[in-house]
Design a protein around this ligand. Structure first.
Ligand SMILES: [Ca+2]
Ligand SMILES: [Ca+2]
Length: 160
């Protein structure tokens, strides 16, 4: 009985150690210190948390409200049919609060919610169903202000 418990515990432990490593590999991506300005992307992540998707962008430097008002961050999702962006998530300010707006290909707002802002980070969560995915989600991140233009990845798309 003890032996069975031990083997079972080892299997559970191995599973717990393996899963985060695989997730981290596929869902979180570094971006180089490769452009000027405060919105130079450092790391971007897309994590599935049950039915929710959590998007987080991190920058090399602290950014200001002004940087968000001049452009902020946008995430493009390719989740349906032909290649190209089907939905985009804007991460900026609305009446001084961190704000997330998910819009469709035509630019119509489909979902809005409060974001979470740190000195060098911005995060949004929304239901995966909002993307109406018909296949694997591909995504990419753009940051922009008067002094910064950055992309992650530098070319192409991440695959969820
Ligand atoms: Ca960068
Ligand atoms: Ca880049």
């Amino acid at each position: 009985m003890k032996r069975t418990m031990l083997i079972f515990s080892c299997i559970l432990l191995a599973g717990a150690l393996l899963v985060p490593a695989v997730d981290a590999h596929f869902l979180s991506h570094p971006d180089a210190d490769d452009v000027r300005g405060r919105l130079d992307l450092r790391r971007v992540s897309l994590v599935r948390d049950g039915a929710e998707l959590d998007v987080t962008v991190r920058t090399h430097e602290r950014f200001r409200d002004r940087d968000l008002l001049e452009g902020g961050f946008s995430i493009h999702f390719d989740s349906r049919g032909a290649r190209g962006s089907d939905f985009s998530l804007r991460m900026d300010l609305n009446e001084g609060r961190p704000w997330c707006t998910l819009s469709d290909r035509q630019g119509f707002s489909r979902y809005e919610t409060k974001g979470t802002r740190g000195r060098r980070s911005f995060a949004c969560s929304f239901a995966r169903a909002e993307l109406k995915p018909t296949r694997h989600i591909h995504w990419r991140v753009r940051s922009g202000s008067n002094e910064t233009k950055d992309l992650a990845p530098d070319q192409g798309w991440f695959r969820h």
